[in-house]
Design a protein around this ligand. Structure first.
Ligand SMILES: Nc1ncnc2c1ncn2[C@@H]1O[C@H](COP(=O)(O)OP(=O)(O)OP(=O)(O)O)[C@@H](O)[C@H]1O
Length: 643
């Protein structure tokens, strides 16, 4: 019931950057109809088709953009991150100036070389070889440094983008993950890891091309113009033709790349869901079914990826072939026309310049295609940044210290969607500081929702919630959530040591080991922890897999106690304990209740009896049980809500 809720709360309470996002839904590719031999699987398994892109944050504008405008818009989003790396970029471009300058000296030297060879002048030949060799070496070193600096800039820019995206993901509403249009954790993980790497390649390609290739292009064009303006202008006619072909192919590349991004994101989402549910899959002998589902998604990805790679391989060859064919035809024609008007060294220099002119033209074409290929990844990554949470901390929000723990729900109504029924309907409740209140009710009655509103993971549709007479909308998230300790039946533990899990709230500072041991004793966890191979320093594995359900629950209780909050929320907090442990933990909790406000969501009679007041939450309405009814066990059991 509380998995996503508790993850959000833990993450919002801590700067510890774990990502433990609950998988939401099965993702099945919508491209299968294009693969005839996969249709059989669709008939076999009635899975729903879900686009991995979140419609709520879809770039509605970009749909209507013309291709070039869209590319411009996409590139614009990268600009601030690229500019933050200007030192490395300038250093890289400076190296490219040196590299192009060396090249512009190399070209006439090659021309001169041909005349020296004609005269067979050994001394001059040696001198010129030395100069030429030094220039070639200078170009090699400068080119290497250029690439190294540009990679530095591209990877650092992506590092900044990743940090920003993850920060935004952590700031998102709970609804982003558990709403009907939620983005799956696998998809988000894929965007932040693999797609961010694709964006790094695109940024590198752009930075490494724009200035260096333009420099080389202008240097070679200048050389050619100096030798023969007419020949140069005719050669330049080829460039617009090549540009048109590149633009057309770039658009196709963008579409194909987008499909490939979605197919791999679907595969990643699927794995993210099924691997943590391994026990369930085995217990249900569902290996065959899962195999087929994996096969279907993997084959869709194979199909889309292959298309993308083929297109990527195809484009440079087309451009190259087009350029060579056109230039050769032009060149041969012009050679015939201008016969005898060139010296042989000018001719060699012109041809060499032409050769080096093709390289940057090709690079610019390739960079454009890289941009088109990376565009979907950039769009999907920045979708996460552009998402606007609806539950917002106001600028003048205050920090609350030393809360007494008085709570007031004033006429609170709530629904999960505009066309969905009210989950809470004009709810009024006053809980005094230090009071223990239990909530019972049928499944789906709204108990968890009430806690979500208290933690401000959602805002009420109407009404207000006050904590020590402060409207929670005016309180800083961190301050509010630090003051509410939550123990749920879905224990969220992270890979790390026992001490790190208990002292989670102090992970970025120093964990108070004395306090860790103290709360572990209260939660009746100290004994089993000491028996672990390394005691409090034992690593408990991913999601605490090496522990039993009861042990996990005791760690979760200890963690909530470590937080030292004035309000405790216990959601079936003792459900996974054996009777002996439960009695011990319950006694510990009873001691804690003396100076805490406690909200208990419970179905067990023993737990409910710990409360001063008991409420039934049903159909969005709250009803308090009269005191005699609480002490009358039989009438409590007769409600059918107590076990
Ligand atoms: N993220 C969500 N989006 C849409 N509806 C939701 C969402 N979470 C809960 N609901 C709906 O809201 C209602 C109340 O759910 P809630 O989890 O608060 O019930 P509960 O009393 O805690 O139930 P249980 O005792 O079974 O855990 C249910 O009808 C549920 O289907």
């Amino acid at each position: 019931m509380f998995t996503a809720l508790q993850s959000s709360l833990l993450l919002s309470n801590s700067q510890f950057l774990f990502s433990n996002l609950k998988p939401i839904s099965f993702h099945v590719s919508r491209f299968e109809s294009k693969i005839p031999n996969l249709r059989i699987h669709t008939k076999l398994l009635p899975f729903k088709s879900i686009n991995s892109s979140n419609p709520t944050i879809e770039h509605s504008q970009s749909q209507s953009y013309r291709p070039l405008l869209r590319t411009f818009h996409t590139f614009k989003t990268l600009v601030p991150y690229i500019l933050s790396q200007r030192k490395h970029i300038l250093a890289g471009w400076l190296c490219s100036v040196v590299s192009v300058f060396s090249l512009s000296l190399i070209v006439p030297k090659i021309g001169k070389f041909s005349s020296i060879i004609d005269k067979v002048d050994a001394i001059k030949l040696w001198d010129q070889s030395l100069v030429l060799g030094s220039l070639v070496f200078a170009r090699f070193v400068a080119s290497y440094c250029q690439e190294a600096f540009i990679w530095d800039a591209a990877l650092n820019a992506i590092y900044e983008i990743r940090l920003r995206v993850f920060e935004r993901v952590l700031a998102m509403d709970l609804d982003f993950f558990e709403g009907g249009t939620g983005v799956s954790s696998g998809d988000i993980a894929y965007r932040i890891t693999a797609e961010a790497s694709d964006v790094a390649d695109t940024v590198y390609s752009l930075l490494n091309t724009v200035v260096p290739s333009m420099l080389q292009l202008s240097a070679m064009a200048t050389q050619m113009l100096a030798i023969s303006p007419v020949l140069s202008l005719i050669s330049a006619l080829v460039i617009p033709c090549v540009a048109l072909v590149i633009a057309y192919l770039g658009e196709r590349q963008h579409r194909i790349s987008k499909m490939a991004s979605l197919s791999i994101a679907n595969l990643s989402s699927y794995l993210n869901e099924v691997l943590p549910a391994f026990l369930f899959v085995k217990a249900n002998s569902a290996e065959f079914c899962e195999n087929i589902r994996f096969q279907r998604l993997a084959r869709t990805d194979l199909y889309e990826r292959l298309k993308k790679k083929k297109m990527k391989a195809f484009v440079p060859h087309v451009v190259q072939a087009l350029y060579f064919v056109s230039l050769s035809m032009l060149f041969v024609g012009l050679l015939v026309v201008s016969r005898g008007s060139f010296s042989s060294s000018s001719m060699v220099s012109f041809v060499t310049s032409l050769g080096f002119l093709i390289e940057p033209v090709q690079k610019i074409g390739k960079a454009y295609n890289e941009l088109k290929e990376g565009e979907p990844a950039i769009e999907r990554l920045f979708e996460l940044i552009e998402f606007k949470p609806t539950v917002i901390e106001t600028h003048d929000a205050v920090d609350l210290n030393c809360l007494k723990g008085e709570l007031k729900f004033c006429n609170v109504s709530f629904t999960y969607g505009s066309n969905m029924p009210l989950v809470l309907d004009g709810l009024n409740l006053h809980i005094k500081a230090g009071e223990t209140v239990a909530f019972m009710g049928p499944s789906g009655g709204g108990k968890t929702t009430l806690i979500k509103l208290l933690l401000r993971l959602y805002d009420p549709l109407s009404g207000n919630i006050l904590i020590d007479n402060h409207n929670i909308r005016t309180v800083r998230f961190r301050s509010l959530r630090r003051n509410i300790g939550l123990v749920s039946q879905d224990m969220i533990l992270f890979s790390g040591t026992v001490a790190e899990n208990i002292g989670y709230y102090d992970l970025t500072k120093e964990i108070d080991m004395e306090r860790v041991k103290e709360v572990a004793q209260i939660a009746n966890a100290d004994e089993f922890i000491r028996r672990l191979p390394k005691g409090y320093n034992t690593n408990i594995g991913p999601r605490g897999l090496t522990l039993s359900g009861g042990q996990k629950q005791r760690l979760a209780i200890a963690r909530a106690l470590y937080q030292n909050s004035s309000i405790l929320v216990l959601d079936e907090a003792t459900s996974a304990l054996d009777s002996a442990s439960e009695i011990l933990v319950r006694h510990a909790l009873e001691r804690l209740m003396e100076n805490h406000t406690v909200l208990i969501i419970a179905h067990r009679l023993e737990t409910i009896l710990m409360a001063n007041r008991v409420f039934i939450l049903d159909g969005g309405k709250l009803e308090e049980l009269p005191r005699p009814a609480i002490s009358d066990y039989n009438s409590l059991i007769k409600t059918g809500l107590v076990i």
